[in-house]
Design a protein around this ligand. Structure first.
Ligand code: FNR
Length: 383
């Protein structure tokens, strides 16, 4: 039969992804002082043997204090390269492309890993304290506005702080080059540092990096992307955005004031990225920057399947030339195929569905009536 869209190869800057099903980045809270461990080798290696087009490794911080939790991944020092290299080489031996998401958690840093919190006596606070390997006194953000009362109180970043973070992103990119990653994803979503800069909810600066001016809010994240691109010229650079803050009310008031981050500004930002040549794929996620966010649409009180596809669809419509990823509650292969067929996205990223069903790609191929190659060792299971 005809090759389903999901299983058509995709070439980006000379890298050929064998299909369009990507593993979405997922924090594992299993690093040792920022170093990947055996857990990562097994977890990521498992995906690499099971037919996915690409694996994106979890949010990996470019400085120690940019980690979300003390157990998070890092790439701020050379010793963190070797365990990643082992994973990349295994993945390549399996014919699977692999990338990494570079991140800084901003005001959401120094918080507990989900299952560590349950063991602490700190009540409702999410702050990982100094005696718990946290750094609550070294949390910084565009503005001194905490994410919620349960989170650390961030300091407002100086221009010097910004330069230091920018340089750390560049250093991490150079380590990625040496490790051999196929692509890098710049994490500008989920209320972490770069999203904090672009959103008027979290950025109330009065200098050239913030406030009501969209241009000002985009300045720092865009500059970091430009610096990253200088070091990562011929390779795929992805950007994950949150296409909405999901705060109540509209994105823009009647007089044109931006009230929250949303799809309109996302489209403008991507336009800017495209004109500067600093993005090859826009990964359209949402939320994470407002503690009272109201995600929609809902079905029976639950977030609906494909709830973020509206954003990848709008992005593709605005910028037909850009490669767009859809993510979020994608589980049904027939529905996933329809997103691509209908031009709402070019790739799909799956997170939880692949945790529940690591063989999803092989199952999807069977459902859609095509063949896909996983590891030789698993071949007989799918004949
Ligand atoms: C995530 N998510 C996530 N997103 C991201 O950009 N960087 C990350 O490191 C993580 N970490 C993470 C850990 C775990 C355990 C989960 C379940 C999720 C979000 C994830 O990539 C994805 O966007 C959402 O989970 C929505 O997709 P699914 O799960 O509905 O397929």
């Amino acid at each position: 039969g005809k090759q389903p869209e999901l299983f058509k190869p995709l070439e980006i800057k000379g890298v050929t992804f064998k299909n369009r099903i990507f593993v979405s980045p997922m924090c594992q809270y299993s690093s040792s002082n920022g170093h990947a461990t055996d857990w990562h080798f097994v977890h990521i290696g498992g995906f690499a043997t099971r037919g996915v087009g690409a694996v994106c490794m979890e949010a990996t911080s470019v400085v120690p204090e940019g980690r979300i939790s003390p157990e998070d991944a890092g790439l701020w020092q050379d010793s963190q390269m070797a365990p990643l290299k082992r994973i990349v080489e295994f993945s390549h031996a399996q014919g699977t492309k692999i990338g990494i998401q570079l991140c800084h958690a901003g005001r959401k840093a120094s918080t507990y890993a989900p299952w560590i919190k349950e063991k602490t006596g700190h009540g409702t606070s999410w702050v990982a304290q100094e005696d718990e390997n946290g750094w609550p006194n070294n949390v910084y953000a565009p503005s001194a506005i905490p994410w919620s009362e349960k989170y650390p109180n961030p300091k407002e970043m100086t221009e010097q702080d910004m330069q230091y973070v920018e340089d750390a992103f560049v250093a991490a990119v150079n380590r990625c080059k040496e490790i051999g990653f196929d692509f890098i994803e710049f994490h500008a979503a989920h209320g972490y540092l770069m999203h904090e800069f672009v959103s008027p909810i979290s950025n109330t600066r009065t200098d050239q990096y913030g406030g009501s001016s969209l241009e000002n809010r985009l300045r720092f994240p865009t500059r970091v992307l430009q610096r990253m691109r200088e070091e990562w010229k011929d390779k795929p650079l992805f950007v994950r955005i949150s296409a909405s803050d999901w705060a109540e009310g509209p994105e823009k008031s009647e007089d044109g004031t931006w009230l929250q981050w949303g799809i309109e500004q996302s489209i403008l930002w991507v336009q800017k990225m495209l004109s500067l040549g600093v993005v090859d794929l826009v990964d359209c996620s949402s939320g994470g920057n407002w503690f009272k966010q109201k995600i929609g649409p809902l079905i029976d009180g639950k977030i609906a399947p494909g709830y973020q596809v509206q954003f990848s669809e709008a992005m593709k419509k605005a910028h037909p030339s850009v490669i767009v990823g859809a993510v979020g509650m994608i589980s049904d292969p027939v529905v996933a195929e329809s997103y691509l067929k209908d031009g709402k996205a070019d790739v799909v990223s799956l997170a939880r569905e692949l945790l529940r069903n690591p063989h999803w790609v092989l199952m999807a191929a069977k459902t859609l009536g095509c063949e896909v190659k996983a590891a030789n060792q698993y071949d007989r299971a799918w004949r």
